[in-house]
Design a protein around this ligand. Structure first.
Ligand SMILES: [Zn+2]
Length: 255
């Protein structure tokens, strides 16, 4: 068994390496010079100089954690102690259930000089999800490293990373293409730092208070079509605590 310190060092090295690769490829050169160093994230739009570039579909992809080895001071959405990456094998899917997605105050927008997506990322830091998709901004955010044990999914917290679609369904129009691209981005980014994701579960499976989380639309139209591509398996009857199995209609069967 590696010691905790050895495991932390290994995690730190993986994160730093992956981070540097991401920054380097983002810059197009594939090679980092001292001038290119960005402390903790490759997201110059959030709190730094410059803008992030949209892709051909108008989408934005950022890994916005500020530092690869620590969470911000004041973080209250999880445990303070890191966990070994080897414990994490599952993506746990949520919807935020906020109609239209999280709003932004004038004050927050002011702090980000009107840059909406940048302000939204700060707002998301008050949430425990490791990754989120913002349909308003068409932005995919990977915000907490996988070794951060956050309180997003009840009995599923220990072994999962949380991903949320920021909206309320049914109700909002589901941004299908954006959500799929964001989930793909999230799973890929986590695997790049050595997280061996094998399973996908719904928040519903861990709490009877969250029976509609993430709901039939997200499960059947976003998650299930990506199972083969992302090499993820559902565990439809696995539950913890008061959780409930996946309903048949989420899985495309009549009930
Ligand atoms: Zn949830």
């Amino acid at each position: 068994m590696p010691t905790v310190d050895e495991e932390l060092e290994r995690i730190r090295r993986l994160l730093v390496d992956a981070h540097e690769r991401g920054v380097a490829s983002g810059l197009g050169s594939g090679v980092l010079t001292d001038d290119d160093e960005v402390e903790g994230h490759n997201n110059p739009g959030a709190g730094g100089a410059g803008e992030i570039e949209k892709d051909d579909d108008g989408m934005l992809f950022v890994e916005s954690f500020r530092n690869v080895t620590s969470v911000p001071r004041g973080f209250t959405r999880g445990r303070k102690r890191p966990r070994p990456l080897s414990l994490v094998n599952t993506v746990l899917i949520h919807q935020t259930a906020v109609a239209g997605g999280f709003g932004l105050s004038e004050r927050l927008l002011g702090r980000h000089t009107g840059q909406v997506f940048s302000a939204r990322q700060e707002r998301y830091r008050d949430t425990p999800y490791h990754g989120m998709y913002s349909p308003m901004d068409r932005g995919s955010v990977v915000q907490w490293p996988a070794w951060v044990h956050t309180f997003h999914g009840n009995g599923g917290n220990d072994y999962s990373v949380g991903w949320a679609y920021d909206g309320k369904l049914p109700g909002d129009v589901l941004d299908l293409h954006g959500a799929r691209s964001a989930l793909r981005h999230f799973v890929t980014a986590m695997r790049e730092v050595g997280v061996e994701l094998r399973y996908v579960e719904a928040h519903r499976q861990h709490s009877n208070q969250r029976g509609g989380d993430p709901g039939a639309d997200i499960w059947s139209s976003v998650v299930r079509p990506l199972l083969d591509e992302l090499r993820l398996e559902e565990r439809p009857t696995r539950t913890t605590g008061t959780g409930l199995p996946l309903p048949n209609d989420w899985r495309g069967h009549s009930s």
